[in-house]
Write a protein that binds this ligand. Structure first.
Ligand code: WTA
Length: 630
């Protein structure tokens, strides 16, 4: 556990070093890893391309840094504690030695199916340990994994399969959700009607009936049976892609964010150990799904690289009741608990009764991620879960950043409700105004940018480098633009204000308004639509859709339900609009641009002052929309 920050002055010292001598700083951190060949140069970069290379020409395999490097000392330590959805089913404790064996065996399975270095593999699986095995086996043989959240629809899945030209899919028969069994393999089958892959490997979980296509579909347990436990990891270049993760942006099509091997490894371990102040023997639990970046960096890679015990939970916070999180914390004596504001707010709504029966004394650190946490939820979390003795790390970061960039360091740097506080070492933030001028000093507000590369940053968007440049590096010269608004207060602490682009954040899940509009427009009776976010008590933001329809065939209620179903089918239930308003027209400027500012105001219910509407083609449409709001 070197490179750990232990004191407040230590933080300031390290931060200073990381800015004045970034290369020496990261060389020192990277020294504690196992490299088959060391780097020729720490960093080569420009943000114009962009072209960013960390640990240039170094060779390694990330899984050797999880397993071989530590097995002599760590083999018997628990790597994964798996808590199933059903409280009556036994939990599983998997040691590092056992996980290593499983990863080696599955690596051999993948190789036997002709999957190798550089091939793309889609992982569409529920929260079971095999999902982590699947990711690590891909990393071990050098295949590029792309995990797709198992709540996405077959259309969303086939879009991703096609975009990355996947060679194989790793999946399960089904998925438990509360007391329901959700089909998973069936969704894959549907997705494969519109795409082709050579191999599908199915892990049995729910035991439900599935169809298996001979020659293409194989059972995980059959293939693994007899697979050798010996496997020598593939040698990877530091800049070889480790994974692709699709995320929503302001255009209709999700983009494949590409992360590479060396930098991602160094940064996820470093940030994990420091932010959470993980100590050997602790039990750490992140409630995210592996389908999101948080699951990648802080359930799988960061904790396992640190030799930590990481808890993986299959279920949902409210099954069998709203005390489940607290029951799991007591059962497994969880020390660090990392969840999303939306979950906190949802549980807050049940009051404190569901917490009472449980002993939460094991907790040392609480974490929050995915969206701004409001002060009320922060205080509830702090008081009722942390019993006013656990620091809350409000961690700001993104799929594109790979790891946490702004956050308190638990127990060491100060916290402040609703503030992500200070950047981690190596992270050089800038606040810019609309023209791109950097706003220096305290008490300023603007757009959040980053001026200097950090090891786990996005390298490209799969198959379309220009899109990466346009989206992140073209808005402000020489800087990475995050898409978030931010404020630096009088003390110099950062508070994230939310997205300033057309991305909405629903329950911590990113959704592009254009993406939802495209899905709505698939309904044959829809003529046009416009989607905005509005403040939602539990989800943070809800989805509000204004839709122009051909009304001659359906009742309004039927049509609204059908549109919701269409979105669910095209993207997944998480994108279903909370509110749909059928409108006679949309507020457009003479140049045809929708004035979303007005739609956002109506959605949030502030109906009195619409601002200047004189540039609208038909100002009366605003009156009609207000009158039609329910
Ligand atoms: C938002 C999730 C405020 C932000 C790790 C960002 C946050 C987007 C926080 C990325 C936080 C994430 N406070 N906002 N602590 N964490 N966000 O890619 O708008 O799913 O741009 O990554 O979530 O979402 P993503």
């Amino acid at each position: 556990m070197s490179d750990r920050i232990h004191t407040l002055s230590g933080y300031f010292y390290e931060y200073q070093k990381s800015v004045t001598e970034p290369e020496n700083f990261w060389a020192r951190i990277a020294d504690s890893f196992y490299w088959r060949k060391r780097w020729d140069k720490i960093l080569k970069w420009n943000f114009e391309g962009p072209s960013v290379k960390w640990f240039v020409n170094a060779k390694l395999n990330i899984t050797e840094n999880i397993f071989e490097k530590n097995l002599f000392t760590n083999g018997d330590r628990t790597a994964i504690i798996w808590e199933p959805s059903e409280p009556g089913e036994s939990a599983r404790h998997i040691t590092y030695a056992e996980l290593y064996r499983e990863v080696c065996r599955f690596s051999n399975v993948l190789l036997s199916k002709g999957i190798g270095k550089g091939d793309r593999v889609i992982i569409y699986m529920p929260m079971i340990p095999e999902a982590a095995v699947a990711m690590l086996a891909c990393a071990r043989i050098g295949a590029i994994h792309s995990v797709v959240f198992a709540g996405f629809s077959s259309t969303a899945l086939s879009d991703r399969i096609n975009d990355c030209e996947a060679k194989a899919i790793l999946t399960s028969d089904g998925n438990f959700r509360g007391n329901k069994k959700i089909p998973v393999k069936a969704v894959v089958d549907e997705a494969l009607e519109k795409s082709s892959v050579e191999t599908v490997i199915v892990c049995r979980r729910t035991g439900q009936e599935v169809t298996m296509k001979p020659g293409r579909d194989f059972w995980w347990h059959e293939l693994i049976n007899g697979a050798s436990e010996k496997h020598v990891a593939e040698e990877m270049d530091s800049e070889d892609p480790l994974f692709i993760l699709y995320t929503s942006g302001s255009t209709g099509k999700p983009k494949g964010v590409v992360h590479t091997t060396g930098g991602y490894m160094v940064y996820t371990k470093y940030s994990f150990e420091n932010v959470f102040q993980y100590a050997p023997g602790d039990v750490y639990w992140c409630t995210a799904d592996i389908g999101w970046i948080t699951g990648h960096s802080y359930i799988v890679y960061g904790p396992l690289l640190a030799g930590a015990t990481t808890l993986m939970f299959e279920g949902v916070p409210t099954y069998p009741d709203a005390g489940r999180f607290w029951a799991v914390i007591e059962k497994h004596k969880v020390n660090q608990f990392y969840t999303a504001p939306t979950a906190i707010r949802a549980l807050q709504a049940y009051g404190t009764d569901p917490i009472e029966p449980y002993n939460l004394d094991s907790l040392k650190v609480l974490g929050s991620v995915g969206e701004p946490i409001n002060e009320e939820a922060w205080r509830w979390y702090y008081t009722h879960i942390g019993k006013s003795r656990c620091p809350i790390v409000d961690t700001w970061w993104q799929t594109e950043t790979g790891g946490i960039l702004v956050s308190p360091i638990a127990g060491i740097t100060p916290t402040k409700p609703a503030f992500a506080t200070l950047p981690l070492p190596g992270i050089q933030l800038a606040i810019v105004d609309a023209e791109g001028n950097e706003l220096t000093g305290n008490s300023v507000e603007g757009n959040l940018c980053i001026k200097f590369p950090w090891p786990s940053m996005i390298r490209t968007t799969w198959g379309d480098h220009e899109r990466c440049r346009q989206t992140y590096f073209a808005s402000y010269k020489g800087m990475y633009f995050t898409g978030d608004g931010v404020k630096r207060d009088h003390d110099g602490y950062y508070r994230i204000l939310g997205r300033v682009d057309d991305v909405i954040n629903v329950s911590g899940h990113r959704m592009g308004t254009a993406e939802v509009e495209n899905a709505i427009n698939e309904h044959p009776l829809v003529i046009e639509s416009a989607v905005v976010g509005y403040p939602h008590e539990i989800k943070g933001q809800g989805i509000y859709a204004y839709v122009i329809c051909d009304m001659s065939h359906r009742t309004e209620e039927n049509l609204i339900n059908e549109i919701k179903e269409t979105v669910s089918k095209i993207i997944g239930p998480i994108a279903k609009p909370d509110k749909i308003q059928i409108v006679p027209g949309l507020p457009k400027t003479r140049s045809g641009k929708i004035m979303r500012r007005i739609l956002r105001k109506v959605a949030e219910g502030s109906l009195d002052n619409m601002g200047d509407t004189s540039t609208l083609l038909d100002p009366e449409v605003v009156e009609k929309i207000i009158a039609g709001r329910k």
